[in-house]
Design a protein. Structure first.
Length: 275
């Protein structure tokens, strides 16, 4: 069993945009969400893609999801997962996939940690051949959702809580682990590990990263990787991963991305994930 893992935030880190929006679309098709709410969530998803989310909007989204599924048969939501994953996979950043592959090849476990429902996060992790996914769990009683949480909201300090539990269960040395996120809301998770790396950070996260010397990775809208050279640690990251244009998701693309990333490593001594 490995003693190290890499933890990845989902929205705006691995994924371009909001996973919750695509979950909402699937719920709408099943009649669980009205059209006006889907339209409102589409607008919010666009704003999130550009500006990120606040604690208030994330908690409001949690409450809307819990209210939407209350009374729903658990099998109904599990059946929605494949259609949601089908929409999410093409939106996984190729550069982020290369990072996942690099950690896997280095012998580390790889986990998605997201506020999105565990039904979606776990299924996406399986589709990406990762170790697993940590997400928000809703309470199920007699096969139906109650509209209440069955554990911590996997956001902010909640992410750190579930990672601590997982590390204790699997024997991870958190000082040897990695965490990737764009948002200052994930600072509890980032501060928990020995190797935090900011990805397309919002302003508060960028300020903390520069102050503490964390690497900062900028995934450009042109789907190329740029690294902010503002700290010694950032310089170490370099241009380790080069993105291709989005296309069909298949194994050959993943192998090509990982190989291209590895070729960049020799010119970048000190990359943290080479340890």
């Amino acid at each position: 069993m490995t003693a190290s893992a890499a933890f990845f935030d989902l929205d705006r880190t691995l994924l371009t945009g909001s996973s919750a929006y695509y979950f909402g679309k699937a719920c709408y098709r099943e009649g669980l969400v009205p059209a006006h709410r889907l339209a409102r969530d589409a607008t919010r998803a666009l704003l999130f893609k550009v500006f990120g989310a606040s604690d208030e909007t994330s908690e409001a989204l949690r409450d809307r999801i819990l209210a939407s599924v209350a009374g729903t048969d658990a099998e109904t939501l599990h059946a929605l997962a494949p259609s949601v994953i089908e929409e999410l996979l093409p939106r996984i950043r190729p550069e982020a996939q290369a990072l996942l592959d690099m950690h896997e090849q280095a012998g580390r476990d790889t986990w998605i940690v997201s506020a999105s429902p565990i039904e979606i996060v776990a299924e996406l992790a399986r589709a990406l051949d990762l170790t697993g996914g940590l997400g928000t769990r809703s309470e199920i009683v007699d096969g139906r959702y109650t509209g209440r949480l069955a554990g911590p909201f996997c956001y902010g300090e909640g992410k750190a809580e579930v990672i601590r539990e997982l590390a204790a269960e699997r024997g991870y040395d958190l000082r040897a682990c990695y965490a990737y996120s764009d948002s200052a809301s994930d600072l509890p998770m980032m501060q928990l590990v020995g190797n935090p790396i900011a990805v397309n950070p919002d302003r508060p996260m960028m300020a903390v990263a520069h102050r503490r010397g964390w690497p900062v990775i900028e995934l450009a809208r042109t789907r190329q990787l740029m690294t902010t050279v503002g700290t010694a640690a950032s310089s170490a990251v370099g241009a380790a991963v080069v993105g291709y244009g989005m296309g069909r998701w298949h194994q050959r693309r993943r192998a090509e991305l990982a190989a291209r990333a590895r070729r960049a490593l020799p010119a970048l001594p000190g990359l943290p994930w080479r340890r």
